[in-house]
Design a protein around this ligand. Structure first.
Ligand code: SAM
Ligand code: SF4
Length: 459
């Protein structure tokens, strides 16, 4: 069988795609790079906002057309598969295999079923499953928990992914060992609310460390860089900031979604913290980590958000001075309390506020990135950038960075980079040697020169 997977959504979905791909390979499938080559196409879906749902709908429409012309098995997995909305789509577009986020290990049974297979249960075996590490990757994701015990009024995740289940520290460390053996240098610990690790359903699990202690344990594994996402402010403790400060491998990078700067809006979102409490967490983080890089998520145009509320979001942005932000227009999701109870604001109003927020974000990102010019940053280069002759990667603070290929450092790896130039979204620099001086660049061929030296031109 030739299988092709398409992934929408967050890093947890990327992790799950890898998990299912490794299962497919173990059942004898070849993983192929395009729909055209495949006889099984599996779409990993996101249901958090309307946009990714629309994308899946349009893709399933295309796949149904292909299916009418040749044999093709179509599968859908992830958050949308768990919802009635997704199941209706599956019926309409003749999807054969449906796997909810808790049933991913049913992929084998689905393949054997030779027809329609729907797996929508939340199965415990998933939490103990350790997928093999991907080859040739310096970065890896590691899921430390699934699901979420919070009930933010706008969010569909608790419905799609179920209640929080923390993975055992032994399983996490075993998976990390495999990743290290495969050459991984940076691991990102994943969960909807990593700060609540080990406290499932409000009760601490016997033998499970706190998230701060898990960071310390992972820090002793020998991995060079540790990142984590996502932190919920409600469960963020100062001990996490202390653990970050005392564990050299943990990057000085915190993604702490605020969602809104207005306590009134936060209350309607059921976020369980106020503006002041959020700012208190930021102060504690900055106390322990003076050079911390801060990122956030913000939703604009939540039902009932007034201009005054929105101004509070803008002023909170200034007070914190975030390095970067993911900004979303509120998307009413069927099945959530805010969809049921609160009237949506006009689209134009939400779009206009988003534009103003983007201006604010760009100002701060420009300023923050400009502060890196002249410094040497440790950059994990992944490989080729879009422009020929350049490599791309990211710093410990998650800044995307581009460098020219250099003699002795022309591929993926961890390198010191002297930052020479910045934009709000990118750092540009040169790899430096042990003496702190830039390594000589590998000369780039001009297009004409390259064409002239090709055998065809010479003949
Ligand atoms: N668990 C994380 C937290 O609480 O911060 C976030 C997980 S959620 C999948 C990622 C982001 O999507 C949220 O932080 C929020 O900003 C955004 N989001 C979730 N539901 C949304 C909705 N209905 N409309 C717009 N944005 C939404
Ligand atoms: Fe959704 Fe809130 Fe849970 Fe995050 S904490 S996944 S926003 S319910």
């Amino acid at each position: 069988m030739k299988a092709h997977m398409i992934t929408y959504g967050c890093q947890m979905n990327e992790y799950d795609t890898h998990l299912v791909q490794s299962q497919l390979v173990s059942f004898g499938a070849d993983l192929v790079d395009s729909i055209d080559e495949a006889d099984f196409v599996l779409v990993n879906t996101c249901a958090v906002r309307g946009k990714p749902v629309d994308k899946v709908r349009s893709l399933l429409g295309q796949l149904r057309k292909i299916k009418a012309q040749r044999p093709l098995v179509v599968g859908m997995m992830g958050c949308l598969a768990q919802l009635e909305e997704g199941q209706q789509m599956a019926r309409k577009f003749e999807v054969d295999v449906l796997l909810g986020p808790g049933s991913l290990l049913d992929i084998g049974a689905a393949l054997e079923s030779n027809g329609r297979f729907w797996g929508l249960q939340f199965k415990d075996e998933l939490h103990e499953h350790i997928p093999p590490s991907p080859t040739g990757r310096l970065q890896a994701h590691l899921t430390i928990m699934r699901g979420c015990d919070h009930h933010c009024t706008y969010c569909i995740v608790p419905t799609t992914r179920g209640p929080q289940v923390s993975r055992s520290p032994d399983d996490i460390l075993r998976e990390l060992d495999l990743q290290l053996a495969a050459g991984v240098q940076e691991v990102t610990l994943l969960g909807q609310n990593v700060n609540a690790y080990g406290v499932d359903g409000g009760a601490r699990l016997a033998g499970y460390p706190s998230f701060a202690d898990l960071l310390r344990m992972v820090g002793r594994s020998g991995v060079r860089r540790i990142k984590f996402t996502t932190s919920h402010p409600m469960n963020f403790t100062e001990d996490v900031a202390a653990a970050m400060a005392e564990t050299p491998a943990v990057c000085d990078f915190v993604h702490l979604p605020v969602q809104s700067g207005s306590s009134r809006v936060l209350r309607r979102m059921a976020r369980e913290y106020s503006r002041q409490e959020y700012l208190g967490h930021i102060a504690a983080i900055k106390k322990h980590l003076p050079n911390v890089v801060l990122a956030t998520d913000i939703i604009v145009g939540f039902p009932g958000e007034t201009e005054e509320d929105f101004q509070e979001t803008l002023s909170l942005y200034d007070e914190v001075g975030f390095d970067s932000a993911y900004m979303f227009i509120y998307s009413p999701r069927p099945g959530t309390p805010s969809y049921k109870h609160f009237a949506d604001l006009p689209r134009e109003l939400k779009t206009e506020r988003l534009q103003r927020l983007i201006v604010k974000q760009k100002e701060w990102s420009k300023l923050r990135n400009a502060g890196k010019v002249g410094t040497v940053q440790e950059v994990l280069l992944r490989g080729d950038a879009h422009s020929e002759g350049f490599l791309e990667g990211h710093t410990r603070g998650n800044h995307p960075t581009v460098v020219p290929r250099a003699v002795g450092a022309d591929g993926a790896g961890m390198y010191p980079v002297l930052i020479g130039h910045s934009t709000p979204h990118m750092l540009y620099g040169q790899i430096v040697g042990a003496d702190g001086q830039p390594l000589p660049e590998i000369p780039r061929l001009e297009p004409q020169a390259a064409a002239l030296s090709s055998p065809l031109q010479m003949a």
